[in-house]
Design a protein around this ligand. Structure first.
Ligand SMILES: Cc1cc2nc3c(=O)[nH]c(=O)nc-3n(C[C@H](O)[C@H](O)[C@H](O)COP(=O)(O)O)c2cc1C
Length: 279
């Protein structure tokens, strides 16, 4: 059985906190049926990087958060059960230091009750993913996806999250899809710098045109490969741009830090107005 695709509106990894923080802003439908991607979970806890971790810039944010998370054991014991009780469809973002760690994460998540799917983070900007397997080439990304796919049931989605690299995106999407990814999440924060030159990742409206081009390029080159647009989604128009470019869903990240009601509003608007009707 092939895995159903999530969406059309998802919470992007690392931008919905543990999920609980969104509850007061989730709207009348609450969190039921919300497709939430957790922050990237590693086998061992990670404290995250030194501050300052975030800086606002025109059109977005530069972050160097460093993938802080409580580690898989704590996540499974506390955060996951709460999310499942709230009715959230939980897609666990995973990051590992080795291929074996990715496989172990996937194997343990495959038997955890309530895990709807996995998102494989193989596109973190270098500084955010310090200590995480360095994935530079499309075939590296595909090997990680294959290792995860082997451990995770075929009827549940495995998403491969790639950086929005306009020159390599088709190769990355093709190899990851062939390796078993249900859909390709395009993309992630774009490598950038803070004002003092410290490396970080740029997100928010400024990166939307880059990810949008990647989605359209993959649609043209690989029409059978589903994509999920991620980068700068903040309102119906920016979500619709991705859907019209061929994405099956969108993920919302930075906009939630400015307005935590964004996902609830988008879910309601897209449900009320099919894409051809929305303004
Ligand atoms: C504060 C912050 C934390 C993030 N943490 C993660 C993470 O843990 N794993 C991941 O794959 N992406 C992470 N991201 C990247 C987002 O999921 C998203 O791909 C990126 O920010 C682009 O989307 P946006 O413009 O809607 O924010 C993070 C982004 C931000 C701003």
């Amino acid at each position: 059985m092939s895995a159903a695709l999530p969406g059309p509106v998802m919470v992007a990894a690392g931008c919905g906190g543990t999920g609980r923080e969104l509850e007061p802003y989730a709207g009348p439908a609450g969190l039921v049926g919300l497709d939430l991607v957790t922050r990237s979970i590693t086998l061992d806890p990670r404290p995250g990087g030194p501050g300052p971790r975030l800086a606002e810039v025109p059109g977005g944010l530069v972050n160097a958060v460093g993938l802080p998370n409580p580690g898989l054991g704590h996540f499974l014991a506390t955060e996951l059960p709460w999310l499942v009780r709230a009715g959230v469809r939980v897609h666990v973002s995973i990051a590992g230091a080795t291929m074996g760690e990715y496989a172990e994460l996937a194997g343990r998540l495959s038997t955890a009750p309530g895990v709807a799917g996995i998102e494989v983070n193989v596109g973190a900007p270098d500084e955010a993913g310090a200590g995480v397997l360095e994935v530079r080439e499309p075939y590296h990304a595909a090997s990680v996806v294959a290792a995860v796919r082997r451990e995770f049931p075929a009827d549940r989605p495995v998403l491969a999250k790639l950086r929005p690299d306009v020159s390599r995106i088709v190769e990355g999407a093709r190899t990851c899809h062939e390796a078993g990814a249900t859909a390709i999440v395009v993309g992630n924060a774009v490598p950038a710098a803070f004002a003092d030159g410290r490396p970080g990742g740029l997100s928010g409206p400024a990166v939307a045109p880059i990810a949008l081009r990647c989605v359209a390029t993959v649609r043209d080159a690989l029409p059978a490969v589903p994509t999920i647009g991620c980068g700068g989604v903040r309102d119906v128009a920016s979500a619709r741009a991705y859907l019209e470019a061929g994405a099956t869903a969108v993920q919302v990240g930075t906009a939630l830090l400015h307005d935590p009601t964004t996902v609830a509003r988008l879910r309601a608007s897209l449900a009320a107005h099919p894409p051809e009707e929305t303004a």
